[in-house]
Structure formats: C-alpha cells, structure tokens
Design a protein around this ligand. Structure first.
Ligand code: P5A
Length: 443
C-alpha cells in the first residue's frame, strides 16, 4: 500500500480527549473515529489489525471443535422475558421498538438467543457436546464509556456457548475453552492470566477472567506471582490433561477484587510472592449449568427416555478491546514507538525512501523493492509522501510495522538498511530480508 492512497489521518500530537496510551495512539494514527459517545468507526489501519486478531481467535476456537455461526445483533425481547433477564439487565440494554410496536433489543450478549437456537434444533444427547460461537457486534449502554474502544458502548466480541448433558461433560467443555484462551492470547504475544472472578449478570458459580497486566487497567487483581511462570505446553485436549492444567492454575491464588479475601490471600501467598496490581480483562468464561436451559426449556432426550436440561457455559473474548490491550502492552509512549506482533501487524514492513523533489531515484528504487516484496507475500506500507526523513520515521514508528527498510544514500545496489523496529540497523540483501521476514511469519 502507498501511504498517499491510504486513509490514514495522522495527528501531530496526542488528542486531549485521550488519557491512556492505547486511546492516544489509536486516534494519533487514525485507527478509529468516534461517531458518538462510546461508538466508533474503524478506519483501514485499525480494521486491518482487528480482523487479524479476529482470525487468530477464530482459528483457536475451531481447534477445540467449536462451530462458527452468526447470530443477529437485534434480538426479540420474548426470549429475554423467558430467561428472566429482560428486567434484570437494566439500563445497559438498548431497547428498541419495531414498526409493529414490538419490543426488540440490540444484543449485549447471546445466551438467550443461542439457547433458543439449540432447543429448536437439538433433541438428543447423541448430538452433544455442541460448542457454538460467533463473532459479532454487541451493544451495552455503559454508564461511563471511556478509554476509547477499551470500554465503549458498541464493541466486537467473540462469544461461544457450550451445551452438555451433565456437569462432568460441561466442565470438560469449560476446560477446553480455558486452554484455548491461553493459546489465543499467547499467539497475540500477551500474557493473560486466568483469575477467579464474579459472574455478574451472566450468572453461575464458576468463572475466570483472563487479565493482562497494565497500570491503566480497570480490574484490580491479587495474585501469587508464581502463576505467571505456568504454561500449557504439556497440555492436550484430553480430559485428564485439561484437568491437570486447571489444577496447576488453581493452586495459585489469583482473583479480581470482587473475589478478594485479605485473610485468604495472606494465608496462601508468602509476602515475596504477593502481587497487587491492575489489569485489563480481555476474556471471561462462565459455567452456569441450567440457568438458561431450565426457564427456556432446552433439554435433550437421554438413553432411557428421560429428559435432561442441558448444562451450559459461555465464553467471551473482547476482540475490539484486544486491539487496545495489545497497544497498552507494546507501545513505548515515551519514545513514541509501537511494535505490533507480526501476527496482527497492519503491514509486515514499512518501506521508507529518502528523496526530494529534485531527485526521486530512491522512490523509484523503493517501488521496485515494493513489488518484489509483494511477490513474496510480504505486506508493505511504502511512504511515498514528500515529508522529510525524520517525520517519515516518526510516523512509521507510530504505525508500528515490525520491520523497516530505509532507502537512501547508503543503500548501495542490492543492499538495504533493514531493521526490526527498535533494534539495530543492518545492511542486508533483499533476498536475505525476505528470508528473515518469511521465517518469522511462519513461527
Ligand atoms: C461470555 C460470552 C459475556 O458477555 N456472554 C457471552 C459472556 N462476558 S463479558 O465478560 O461480559 O464480556 C466478554 C468480554 O467482552 C469484552 N467487553 C468489552 N469490550 C469493550 N467495551 C465494553 N464495554 C466491553 N464489555 C465487555 C471484555 O473483554 C470481556 O471480557
């Protein structure tokens, strides 16, 4: 992509409305544009990143056997009246009337709608488990939308739902999502720690929030530091293996503030291992048994002919929030340098030619390199603007493509100044550069 053709409204300075660094950067490089309080349009750069995150989330859901569906954003009120949540959900729910004067709503979550789909399509225990997910916009009329897309009113969520015939099977489903979340966040180069959490309006008595540490986070957490050293590399999708993983995590204290108990914390965690800090909730999983299936009459036939209300869980990832969460984790705001993980970077590489009106040979050279890189499946953003060199570098450092090539006086014939953002520059051949990037993309 040539930057002159990209809709990328770069701001010289941080906008005064943004108080945390992710919001600042997103406005600065034109990833989003506010349309009204807590509601945003996604511009090309921001959308490209979010779509890559979405794809990683999708792949990890598919790996545990979850099936993708797509439910609408607008839901009928009847199913919420059936579950009893229509009144409970309060002012966060955006209620709408259609032209027939029917009560409709913009979905804040989909437990009811998916239960309605299940009960009309699945009749026998033989079809269980069913793991269904979709990636869809949600609306919550938050009292205090803030921090840009971190806590907004309209946001993009992956929400999955599991249906099983008993508690034991349902916990197995829960544990599959537990593992898949650890893997998803790792692919995004984030360390997200599962923390025992409150279930709020979703309900149930088992729940984990997945939290990444960040000073600007809204969740207060209390944890045993040793939980950060755990990993899942020896875990498979076998039931026993997943149970071992859960036990491994359960042995260390880690809770959000609603679950905090000072006595327990001090009893279970030695002083040097205590961590009290803040974090961003990027995912949240729940087990709530028959909370929805019972009032909504979603059951299956068991072998003996008995009927059983299905046992359900739900599993959310804030796909749009993750864009901001990655920035919070990776953006060096003092030096104004962003580095996107290669897996979600808007472009793999920034191509920065130094030239002026009198001599644009560097731009011609850059255009040839651009074509060669594209042929090798490397996605390039080339700066063909007539700004001076230092503002080009400044701009590309904010955009955060993980690699940069600078084409200037020093680039002799087939060797170019190449660097991974924030690292030292090397003079390398184009083939060598292609090799380095291709290898990293495969990892
Ligand atoms: C789980 C899936 C649920 O809604 N029902 C379906 C369950 N959980 S949740 O914790 O309420 O939300 C899941 C994730 O969505 C993100 N999120 C938000 N992102 C941006 N702005 C908001 N206002 C917002 N609210 C929730 C979070 O990442 C949360 O973990």
């Amino acid at each position: 992509m040539h930057i002159s053709k990209l809709l990328i409204p770069i701001l010289k300075n941080n906008s005064s409305e943004a108080t945390i660094k992710s919001h600042q950067l997103m406005l600065r490089v034109g990833m989003i544009k506010q349309s009204s309080a807590g509601i945003y349009s996604w511009l090309p750069l921001g959308l490209k990143i979010m779509k890559k995150i979405e794809q990683i989330v999708r792949e990890e859901q598919n790996k545990i056997g979850a099936q993708e569906i797509l439910m609408p954003t607008i839901q009928p009120s009847e199913i919420w009246k059936e579950s009893g949540r229509y009144d409970d959900y309060g002012q966060e729910m955006l209620r709408i009337k259609d032209r027939q004067n029917r009560d409709m709503l913009y979905g804040p979550t989909n437990e009811e709608l998916v239960t309605d789909i299940f009960r009309s399509l699945v009749k026998s225990y033989k079809s269980l488990p069913q793991l269904l997910y979709h990636i869809q916009w949600k609306f919550r009329d938050e009292m205090r939308p803030r921090f840009g897309i971190m806590r907004c009113r309209e946001f993009y969520m992956k929400d999955a739902y599991s249906f099983d015939q008993n508690d034991e099977h349902a916990l197995y489903s829960y544990n599959k999502f537990f593992l898949s979340y650890l893997k998803t966040f790792k692919r995004l180069e984030l360390t997200a720690i599962p923390m025992a959490a409150d279930t709020g309006p979703i309900g149930g008595n088992l729940s984990h929030e997945f939290i990444i540490l960040a000073e600007t986070g809204e969740s207060k957490i209390f944890a045993d530091k040793r939980i950060f050293e755990l990993d899942y590399s020896d875990t498979s999708l076998e039931k026993k293996s997943l149970e071992t993983l859960r036990k491994k995590y359960d042995q260390y204290y880690s809770v959000t503030d609603e679950k905090f108990n000072k006595k327990e914390f001090e009893k279970n965690v030695s002083e040097e291992n205590r961590l009290i800090t803040k974090g961003i909730e990027v995912g949240h999983i729940f087990y709530f048994g028959d909370k929805y299936s019972k009032p909504m009459n979603a059951s299956v036939d068991l072998p003996g002919g008995m009927k059983q209300f299905v046992k359900m869980g739900s599993y959310g990832i804030g796909v749009s929030r993750l864009v901001a969460a990655i920035i919070e984790a990776k953006y060096d705001d003092k030096n104004e340098i962003m580095k996107w993980p290669l897996s979600v970077a808007p472009y793999d590489l920034a191509l920065i030619p130094m030239y002026n009106k009198n001599d644009n040979s560097a731009l011609e050279k850059a255009n040839n390199i651009y074509l060669e890189l594209k042929k090798n499946n490397i996605d390039v953003l080339i700066d063909d603007s007539d700004e001076n060199f230092s503002s080009k570098i400044k701009k590309m450092n904010l955009i955060g493509c993980p690699f940069q090539i600078i084409i200037g006086k020093k680039s002799e014939r087939d060797f170019f100044e190449f660097r991974e953002i924030n690292k030292n520059t090397e003079n390398l051949s184009l083939n060598n550069i292609i090799e380095i990037i291709t290898k990293q993309k495969k990892n």
